[in-house]
Design a protein around this ligand. Structure first.
Ligand code: NDP
Length: 506
C-alpha cells in the first residue's frame, strides 16, 4: 500500500515551528521565550590539548575553529593535534598506566571516578549550556539527558572499580593498558563518558579524540579531571580532525581502540588495527526499524516514533529512522504523527521550550538534504509541518516520507537527521523481514499490546538493542552495541567492562 497525502485531507493544524514564538497546538497561547543564560559558561578564545594533566598548545601550533551551528558564530580556536602530539599523549598515558593508575587499588581508582561524577553534577548547567552551544542540541536534552547520563556512567563504573574480581567476568581481570578512543559529534560529552568511565574503572589510561565540530565539552571534562586531582596522564584529550584520530588508532603504543562513528571510518580502523594485537570495539551506524502493530496504543506509539527519530535532530546511531506500521492502522498513525509534528518547536537550542535544535554542521546538513532530495526523486512523498527556519545556522525541518519502498536510498542509508521513512507491513513475518533487511543491526522498536508478540519479534530481530513500547532508553547498567555493519563489542553494563579487561592469566 502507498500511503498518500495527509489521510484526513488538507493541511493539518500544524503551527509554525520557527523560533520560540510558535503556538501551542489547539490551546491558543504562545510560548514566551525561555532562554537559558549562556553567562554560566566562560569561553576561552583558545583551547590547548590536554596532555599529562596540563593544557598545552599543539607542537606544530595548528588550530581550528569550532562554531555554534545555530548561528555560525565562531566559539573558540582549538589546538589541532599532529603526530608529535599523539606521541606525547600516548607516552603520558603509558607512563601513568605503568607508574600510577595500573598498580593503584580499585578502591582508590573508584574515589576519583566518584569525584568526577559529582563534579559533573555540580557543574551540570555549565556542561549543558556548553554542549548546546557547540553541538546545536536543545538545552532540555543536554540538561536532562546528556549531562545526567554522563554523570551516571561515572557513578556506575566507580562502583565496579573495586569489585571487578567479583563481577563474574573471569578470574583476575586485569587492565589492558592504554586505550585510544575516538568519538563522534552527536553526544560529545556522553560518548566521552561512555568511553572513559569503564576504561578508567578497569585500570586503563586513556587518550581521547573528540570530534572536530564538538571539542569543547571534552575539554571541560579534562578540566574536571584536573579539579578531581586525577593523576597526570591518566586522561589525555587530543583535539583535531580525522587525521588525528587515524594517527591515534595507528599508534603502536595504544593497546585498545574504541571507536564510535560512521561505518566507513569503522572499516578503515579495523583494517589499521588488523594483525597488530590491539583490542578493538566499534559502535557504528544504524537504520533501525520502529515497528507499530495494529494493537499498539496509538498515542504512546506516536510519542515513541517522535522520540525515536526527532530526538537530537535524528543525529542518533540507534534512531528509529524506518517506521514500519501495520497497514490497517497506517493512515491513523501517520495522521496523528502529522498532528504531533505540528506542535514541535524548532529554534534556539538554548531556549528551554525548543524541541528541535540545529544540525551539527554544514557538511551534515548537505548530506541530509542530498538524501531527502533522493527520496523525492525516487518517488516517495515528502511532508514537513509549516516551519520557519532561522536565517543563519544549519537547520532542517522535521520531515516524514511516505510511499517509501525498501529499495529507496532513504530506506537503506543512514541519514542521521530529522527524517523519517514510513513503510507498511501486513503480517509479523513481513515486519521481521523488512526490519532485518538492512546491513545494519544496532537497534529496533516494537509497539504492541501483546507480550507474546514482543517476545516472538525480539528473538527474530537482528539488532543489539530492541525496545518494546518505548524507545531511546539508555542506562549505564545496560549494554549497548550492534550486529553486522553496526559494529561489535558492547558499552555499558558488565558486557561493556569486558572490553577493557584482560582475562587470560598471563
Ligand atoms: P566519522 O566516522 O568520520 O567521525 C567519527 C569520529 O572519527 C570523529 O572524531 C572523526 O574526526 C574521527 N575520524 C574521522 N576519520 C577518521 C579516521 N580515518 N581514523 C580515525 N578517526 C577518524 O563521522 P562523520 O562525523 O564524518 O559523520 C559521517 C556520517 O557518519 C554521519 O552522517 C552519520 O551517518 C555517521 N555517524 C554515525 C555515528 C554513530 O554514532 N554511529 C556518529 C557520527 C556519524 P572528525 O570529527 O574530526 O572528522
Amino acid at each position: 500500500m502507498q500511503l498518500g497525502k495527509d489521510p484526513r485531507g488538507g493541511r493539518r493544524t500544524a503551527r509554525p515551528a520557527g523560533g520560540v514564538a510558535a503556538q501551542a497546538d489547539g490551546i491558543g497561547w504562545e510560548y514566551a521565550p525561555a532562554p537559558e543564560s549562556r553567562e554560566i559558561v566562560t569561553l576561552a578564545p583558545e583551547y590547548g590539548l590536554f596532555v599529562n594533566g596540563e593544557f598545552v598548545p599543539a607542537a606544530g601550533g595548528q588550530v581550528f575553529a569550532t562554531v555554534n551551528p545555530a548561528t555560525e558564530e565562531p566559539l573558540a580556536q582549538v589546538a589541532e593535534a599532529g603526530a608529535a602530539d599523539v606521541d606525547r599523549g600516548v607516552a603520558a598515558a603509558r607512563s601513568a598506566y605503568e607508574r600510577v593508575w595500573g598498580p593503584m587499588p580499585g578502591a582508590e581508582r573508584a574515589k576519583y571516578l566518584y569525584r568526577i561524577a559529582r563534579i559533573l553534577q555540580e557543574r551540570s548547567r555549565e556542561f549543558a549550556v556548553l554542549e548546546s552551544l557547540d553541538n546545536g542540541k536543545p538545552i532540555k536534552e543536554s540538561r536532562d539527558v546528556d549531562v545526567p547520563l554522563a554523570a551516571a556512567h561515572f557513578f556506575y563504573h566507580a562502583g565496579w572499580a573495586d569489585k571487578l574480581e567479583h563481577a563474574g567476568l573471569g578470574p583476575s581481570p586485569r587492565p589492558i593498558g592504554v586505550a585510544g578512543q575516538v568519538i563522534p559529534w552527536n553526544f560529545p560529552l556522553l560518548m566521552a563518558a561512555w568511553k572513559l568511565a569503564p576504561a578508567l574503572a578497569a585500570g586503563n589510561t586513556c587518550v581521547l579524540k573528540p570530534a572536530e565540530t564538538t571539542p569543547l565539552t571534552a575539554l571541560l571534562l579534562a578540566e574536571v579531571c584536573q579539579q578531581a586531582g586525577l593523576p597526570p596522564g591518566v586522561v589525555n584529550v587530543l583535539t583535531g580532525a580525522g587525521e588525528t584520530g587515524a594517527a591515534l588508532v595507528a599508534h603502536p603504543g595504544v593497546d585498545k581502540v574504541a571507536f564510535t562513528g560512521s561505518t566507513e571510518v569503522g572499516k578503515q580502523i579495523r583494517r589499521t588495527v588488523a594483525g597488530t594485537g590491539k583490542r578493538l570495539t566499534l559502535e557504528l551506524g544504524g537504520k533501525a526499524a520502529n515497528v507499530v502493530f495494529d494493537d499498539a496504543p496509538v498515542e504512546a506509539a506516536v510519542e515513541g516514533i517522535v522520540n525515536g527519530i526527532f530526538f537530537n535532530q535524528g543525529h542518533v546511531c540507534c534512531a528509529g529512522s524506518r517506521l514500519l506500521v501495520q497497514e490497517s492502522v497506517a493512515d491513523a498513525v501517520v495522521g496523528r504523527l502529522h498532528d504531533r509534528l505540528g506542535t514541535l518547536r524548532l529554534g534556539d537550542p538554548l531556549d528551554k521550550n525548543t524541541d528541535i535544535g540545529a544540525i551539527n554542521s554544514r557538511q551534515q546538513l548537505d548530506k541530509i538534504r542530498e538524501l531527502s532530495d533522493a527520496g523525492e526523486a525516487e518517488g516517495a512523498e515528502r511532508w514537513s509541518p509549516p516551519c520557519e527556519l532561522p536565517e543563519r545556522g544549519f537547520w532542517f525541518p522535521p520531515t516524514v516520507f511516505t510511499g517509501v519502498s525498501q529499495s529507496h536510498r532513504i530506506a537503506r542509508e543512514e541519514i542521521f537527521g530529522p527524517v523519517l521513512s514510513v513503510l507498511t507491513f501486513r503480517t509479523p513475518d513481513e515486519a521481521i523481514e523488512k526490519a532485518n533487511n538492512t546491513p545494519y543491526g544496532l537497534s529496533a522498536g516494537i509497539w504492541t499490546d501483546k507480550g507474546s508478540r514482543i517476545l516472538h519479534m525480539v528473538k527474530r530481530m537482528k539488532a543489539g538493542v530492541v525496545w518494546a513500547n518505548t524507545f531511546n532508553r539508555f542506562d549505564p547498567t545496560s549494554p549497548f552495541g550492534g550486529y553486522k555493519e553496526s559494529g561489535f563489542g558492547r558499552e555499558g553494563g558488565l558486557h561493556g567492562l569486558l572490553s577493557y579487561v584482560r582475562l587470560e592469566d598471563r
